[in-house]
Ligand binder design. Structure first.
Ligand code: PEP
Ligand code: MG
Length: 591
């Protein structure tokens, strides 16, 4: 942090994860603080609010039961008892009755009245002489926070708490929170933790909200600056609080320069990502929300190389029905014609939680019940999703490919393919005509990369998930900002794995793409081209720059470059050489 002499400007640095500028007042959401919006309701809405309350209590109950079971299993019944006490507090008849009574009497939304009732309860407990009862204050607060968070987790409630244009500041934002941000109000956001490849950062890029994560400040410090005006630079990763006139002018000028580059890049929209010696790379876009489909054509991508279908599933109480899913997948396939959409089966788990849950009880969620593992353990969920995908393929006459995430061994692919074949047969027996479609798997676990030859016998393509491949190979939590300096896509170990996967795919006669954030790093892309990558898929905002970088190099020279760089032992040196090349070929992409 720097406190400059000119007018008390305060500068904070962090990781720039989503480009753009924002200028506005800070709105700080404290960690664990659940938003408590306050608004009046009409008599006809009382029933609706009471229903929301009932559902939030039910959801909290499920959470607490799950936590209690996990604690009992891992630590013993004694430690789990505390959650028994929380369950009793949750359904405490006095609190529930008082809340419903106040709802009728005050005609305010449920968060406001519940928070008020809890406040009174806490005051009474806190004033008691009995130290045991006084200590229960923390428990009441904890339970109430969960209920309020579950109320906020409902569609729209989190968004409703943001009523004015602001730069949102939080300790962390869950990907589902990010997906719900009202883009007309949130000018930009800043979090204290997170990294380039955390799903929150990925969502920020797809929503085109300028964002900085891992800011070098505590939330407490930033809370003291609530409502103070700031400038956020999502290119450099800087937040300037109380900006001087000259800082505002400089950021305005930088914004204009960037806008000019973006305008120049839009000229490339209808061109292909072809090297100077004629090798065409399929450059497609990643999609998280169905609403973002127009961005795919707009950015000049050739279809969707990764549809993260789990974002249709998260932040809701139930899995979407087959019909609902089929409709979404059909919309995606129709929108990208004549190109393809690659529908990825559910990648829930890790930092993407299951419908109806807001907590994970696994000790290592990223190493746990995630992605294809979850689907194979819940085959009914996978069957429904695959049927919906096959119906979309039937509807769109192809234009759909399917891929499985986080595969770690060939048996998983065989099992998933067997389920797919059964569902295809069932649909065809019912008269649905389904064209041939390509089925692929992601390579994002080192064991999959190292056995790519075997996996290649079961699929028609690979898509390298570099975000997870880096996380699992270097053993770094992809969302941990303190380790961000070690999270290096150009680590020689990562490049060797990628090279191995590309060679194995080509020897087996299948194509190979890469859909992690590495595909959006325009200085690294020429190396991937040299290594022989066939397809790249990245956020729509990155597509024009990546296209420009590919069009500036030849396949032959990049192959030679790859041969040289793959012999180096330092990721830093490899990156420095790639940056130098990009600066020479595409200077306008640097500011
Ligand atoms: C990846 O891991 O690179 C990937 C594309 O999948 P996700 O980021 O959704 O885990
Ligand atoms: Mg992944």
């Amino acid at each position: 942090m720097t406190d400059t002499a000119n007018g008390g400007e305060i500068r904070y640095s962090g990781l720039a994860v989503s480009p753009g500028f924002a200028h506005g007042p800070l709105r700080v959401l404290e960690r664990g603080e659940a938003p408590v919006p306050v608004y009046s309701i009409g008599p006809e809405q009382v029933g609706h609010e009471a229903g929301r309350f009932e559902r939030a209590i039910e959801k909290t109950k499920l959470e607490l039961l799950r936590i209690k079971e996990g604690v009992a299993r891992n630590l013993g019944e004694g430690d789990a008892n505390i959650f028994e006490a929380h369950l009793l507090l949750l359904e405490d008849a006095t609190i529930v009755a008082a809340t419903l009574k106040q709802l009728e009497a005050k005609r305010l939304n449920i968060e406001a009245v519940y928070n008020h009732v809890i406040g009174r309860y806490v005051d009474v407990l806190g004033a008691l002489e009995d130290p045991y009862l006084r200590e229960r204050v923390a428990d009441v607060r904890d339970v109430a926070r969960r209920v309020l968070q579950n109320l906020a987790g409902e569609e729209g409630a989190f968004a409703e708490s943001i009523t004015e244009p602001c730069i949102l500041v939080a300790h962390d934002l869950a990907p589902s929170d990010t997906a719900q941000l009202p883009t007309d109000k949130v000018l930009g956001f800043v979090t204290c933790i997170g990294s380039m490849t955390s799903h929150t950062a990925i969502m920020a890029r797809s929503l085109a909200i300028p964002a900085i994560v891992g800011i070098e400040a505590t939330l407490h410090e930033l809370k003291a600056l609530e409502k103070t005006v700031a400038v956020l630079d999502g290119y450099k990763g800087q937040l300037v609080v109380r900006p001087s006139e000259s800082t505002i002018a400089e950021s305005g000028a930088a914004e204009t320069r960037h806008a000019h580059v973006i305008q120049e890049l839009t000229r490339l929209r209808d061109t292909r990502a072809t090297t100077t010696d004629g090798r065409a790379i399929v450059l497609s876009a990643n999609l998280g929300r169905i609403e973002d489909l127009p961005d795919v054509a707009e950015c000049g991508a050739e279809g969707v190389g990764l549809f993260r279908t789990e974002f249709l599933f998260s932040d809701r109480d139930e899995f979407p029905s087959e019909d609902e899913q089929a409709e979404m997948y059909c919309r995606a396939a129709d929108a990208v014609k004549p190109h393809h959409v690659i529908l990825r089966t559910l990648d829930l788990g890790g930092d993407k939680l299951l419908p109806g849950t807001h907590v994970s009880t696994e000790t290592n969620p990223f190493l746990g019940m995630r992605a294809i593992r979850f689907c194979l353990a819940h085959p009914e969920v996978l069957r429904t999703q695959l049927r919906a995908m096959l119906r979309a393929a039937a509807h769109a006459g192809g234009h759909v490919k399917i891929m499985y995430p986080m595969v770690c061994c060939v048996q998983e692919v065989r099992q998933a393919n067997a389920i797919l074949a059964e569902e295809r047969a069932r649909l065809e027996a019912g008269g649905v005509r389904i064209p041939d479609i390509e089925v692929g798997c992601m390579i994002e676990v080192p064991s999959a990369a190292l056995t790519a030859e075997t996996l290649a016998t079961e699929v028609k393509f690979f898509s390298i998930g570099s975000n997870d491949l880096i996380q699992y190979t270097i053993a770094i939590d992809r969302g941990n900002e303190e380790l961000a300096h070690l999270y290096d896509p150009t680590h020689p170990g990562i490049l060797r794995l990628i090279e191995h996967v590309i060679n194995a795919a080509h020897q087996a006669g299948i194509w190979v793409g890469l859909c992690g954030e590495m595909a959006g790093e325009f200085s690294i892309v020429p190396l991937l081209v040299g290594m022989g990558i066939d397809e790249l898929s990245t956020g729509p905002a990155q597509v024009p720059r990546v296209k420009r970088a590919i069009q500036a190099v030849s396949q032959v020279e990049m192959r030679a470059l790859a041969d040289g760089l793959l012999n180096l032992h330092s990721g830093e040196e490899i990156r420095a050489r790639l940056d130098a090349l990009a600066r020479e070929r595409c200077p306008e992409l640097f500011d």
